[in-house]
Design a protein around this ligand. Structure first.
Ligand SMILES: *Cc1c(COP(=O)(O)O)cnc(C)c1O
Length: 499
């Protein structure tokens, strides 16, 4: 499936002005570090628990520092493994952006998207709540010392043992979309506050969820009648328009439906005061969605009815409480992944038979990859996002013939002009042929075995679903608080005792 919010697609060769030939020379192994920018190799936050320490400086500096520690020609097994760099200041910036655009909507970070311990810590220190979908997620949030009142157990179909544990640990807010879940809640957690998850139009989202979750509005009266009969406390409505939503109007439509569900609540003797506008936000679409969402909330939940003292929330002193469950939005851009090219097959010299040349619809000869690159993380690892999250990933060159050439703003660093680019395919390290990271991409022809590629925007739905298939290790993370005054802020938020 195409990806509408990471651009540009890298299948077309980048224009010559995007290319750059000024490279640091790191080919002499001994003096590699001398050619890098200044790097602070002392952690600014010591390792907390069994997690890694946190450094300061840009992503580029962390990449250089990490590469400088890898002796590609002599390291022990796993020494040249792929690795992430996480810039925690990016999470902080996204939070400020959220608060600026949606000040009424309290973010409850969707833990499943990336349960990184420092991401959770930072968001906790920033005052976020958490959307947990399992017992494990609940425990990892509570174990940080976060109050259970800051958790929504936002899974409408829960295991009974998880519900019992939620009750025992005082997690008192959850979603439902079916009658069986109501019986389960009555039995194991009867005092829990309940939120009815309604079905909305998810046809404008990359990852649709409506097939699995959400009560159609027509079913809501029946569910509310059942809840009332069971003497359960339904407090409001939630929805999720689907992950990777590319049509802001989906949110307007969803808020309209939520309002209808509020009215159904009144008809069944409930006074709802809780609206959960779910996830679906991304870096590239956030402002358009936020502006549609603000308006929709104002239109469908006007102050005279829903503010404190408003006539539709009588007796609820806080008026309408609104939360969102952003996942992707917070972490998408905060993580980059560096992968090492462990092998290479040259189409010309290594391929046996000649296939007939295929033609495109325009009658041109279809371009075929000339070179196959094999890197040490693939679709069974961090690149599972290609299969599960419908992503297209974009390799950039980190080192070219052992020279560090990466510049974040350049697409194909290290090549003088587009004629230096070559059609290639990029594969993961497992023995499965489904393990293809890019069937066709243009990379500099000088790329060699032991060079490094880097993939930006690898924070959402990557690490969390990586497997250890084929005995391969999951890629580890090097953390930075970033640069400048934001780095100071992030550092103090993360330092022990800030929660
Ligand atoms: C996955 C999920 C989210 C997060 O969705 P994003 O698109 O990553 O923001 C939020 N709420 C629920 C219930 C989810 O299942």
């Amino acid at each position: 499936m195409n990806n509408t919010y990471i651009s540009p697609p890298a299948t077309a060769p980048p224009s010559p002005e995007l290319c750059n030939s000024k490279a640091h020379d790191i080919s002499a192994d001994t003096a590699i570090r001398d050619t890098f920018d200044f790097v602070s190799s002392k952690p600014v936050v010591e390792a907390i628990g069994d997690h890694a320490p946190i450094y300061a400086g840009s992503v580029g500096q962390q990449l250089q520092e990490s590469l400088a520690q890898i002796d590609i020609d002599g390291c022990a097994a796993d020494g040249e493994n792929a690795f992430f760099v996480a810039d925690l200041s990016e999470v902080y910036r996204q939070h400020l952006r959220w608060m600026r655009e949606l000040p009424r909507v309290v973010p409850f970070y969707a833990v499943k998207c990336n349960p990184d311990p420092y991401v959770l810590r930072l968001l906790a220190a920033l005052g976020c709540g958490f959307d947990c979908a399992s017992n494990g997620e609940i425990n990892s949030v509570l174990d940080l010392g976060i109050s259970p009142s800051r958790i929504i157990y936002a899974n409408p179909c829960k295991a009974a043992s998880f519900v019992r544990n939620a009750a025992a640990r005082n997690v008192g807010l959850t979603t439902f979309d079916n009658a069986d879940e109501l019986y389960k809640m009555k039995r194991f957690h009867p005092k829990c506050k309940l939120v009815v998850r309604i079905l909305t139009d998810d046809s404008k989202s990359v990852c649709q969820l409506g097939l699995k979750f959400g009560a159609p509005l027509d079913n809501v009266p029946r569910l509310l009648a059942k809840a009332k009969e069971l003497d359960l406390d339904v407090v409001g409505v939630s929805f999720h328009v689907g992950s990777g939503c590319y049509d802001p109007d989906s949110f307007r439509d969803a808020v309209g439906r939520a309002r209808k569900a509020f009215d159904m609540g009144r008809e069944h003797g409930y006074t709802f005061d809780f609206l959960d506008v779910g996830g679906g936000y991304a870096h590239d679409n956030f402002e358009p969605i936020a502006s549609v969402l603000r308006r929709a909330i104002d239109d469908y939940f006007p102050d005279q009815d829903f503010a404190p003292g408003g006539k539709l929330v009588e007796g609820k002193q806080n008026g309408l409480r609104i939360i969102g469950e952003p996942g992707r939005y917070y972490v998408q851009r905060a993580f980059a992944l560096a992968a090492n090219i462990i092998a290479r097959r040259d189409g010309k010299s290594d391929e046996a038979g000649e296939e007939p040349v295929k033609k495109t619809s325009a009658g041109e000869a279809e371009e075929k990859p000339e070179v196959m690159y094999y890197q040490n993380d693939g679709v069974y690892g961090a690149f599972n996002c290609i299969l599960f999250d419908h992503q297209e990933v974009h390799p950039k060159v980190l080192t070219l013939d052992r020279k560090y050439v990466y510049r974040p703003e350049v697409d194909a660093p290290g090549c003088e002009d587009v004629s230096d680019l070559q059609a290639c395919s990029v594969w993961g390290p497992t023995c499965d042929s489904i393990d293809c990271v890019r069937p066709m991409v243009h990379l500099p022809s000088g790329l060699k075995v032991s060079d490094w590629l880097v993939y930006e925007n690898m924070g959402a739905y990557t690490i969390c679903a990586a497997s250890g298939f084929n005995g391969l290790r999951r890629s580890e993370v090097r953390y930075t608080v970033g640069e400048g005054h934001e780095a100071d802020m992030v550092q103090s938020l993360l330092s022990a005792g800030a929660l």
